[in-house]
Ligand binder design. Sequence first.
Ligand SMILES: Nc1ncnc2c1ncn2[C@@H]1O[C@H](COP(=O)(O)OP(=O)(O)OP(=O)(O)O)[C@@H](O)[C@H]1O
Ligand SMILES: [Mg+2]
Length: 233
Amino acid sequence: MAVILEKVVKTYGSKELPTHALKGISLRIEEGQFIVVLGPSGSGKSTLLNVMGGLDNVNDGSITIDGFTVTTMPQNELTRFRRKHLGFIFQQYNLLQTLTVRENVEIGARLVEEGGDTDGLIERVGLKDHAHKYPYQLSGGEQQRVAIARALVKNPKLLFCDEPTGALDEETAKEILALLQDLNNTLKTTVILITHNASIGQIADRVIKMNSGEISDDHLNQEKRHANEIHWG
Ligand SMILES: Nc1ncnc2c1ncn2[C@@H]1O[C@H](COP(=O)(O)OP(=O)(O)OP(=O)(O)O)[C@@H](O)[C@H]1O
Ligand SMILES: [Mg+2]
């Protein structure tokens, strides 16, 4: 399983006033990699994630996930593919406030026919004793753990994380990163994590830097650190 991008172009705005968010990105991502995408605000990180995840269309180029060309899929097929195979985690946890932890995670399981082990994942993310609580009764870090369990219960091919620790303090952020690292190690889920915090690059197998809609650097980490060992910039 790999993700292959070929000359992906994404332009927003009008012909007169275009924003070139992605200027022809080519990229190959191998299965099981933990990838951190770095870059300044407006460099195209979220756009890259959104088009890879089929949340937004491209203007040119192609994206293939596990042999499926998502850029040419009809919308209903793409929606099915995304629900079944892709997981998303955002800075805002996007939990349903009127549902418990367990019910929120069950929603993730219901998106696929063979839904995963809801209770197992709740335990895995450290929320066994919180399964019957509502989101407002949880800390930010705990809410993000629910979002992670909800994404992972369908055992996605790819887990996209856009600033997953953006709203958390340093200590809690490191706990969440450690959890993502551990899930990548054990479940072999490919993780693509966006951040503008360069320190987080230390936990990746591979660091991709974006600048003005282009990849300015792409390298494998010689030495990968555990989230608990990184020094915040
Ligand atoms: N839906 C949209 N409509 C119009 N322009 C957009 C849209 N989404 C993004 N852009 C523009 O595309 C460029 C890239 O935005 P993008 O959100 O990908 O940046 P980013 O690297 O994720 O930034 P940040 O770190 O602030 O989240 C920016 O100039 C942005 O203003
Ligand atoms: Mg962004």
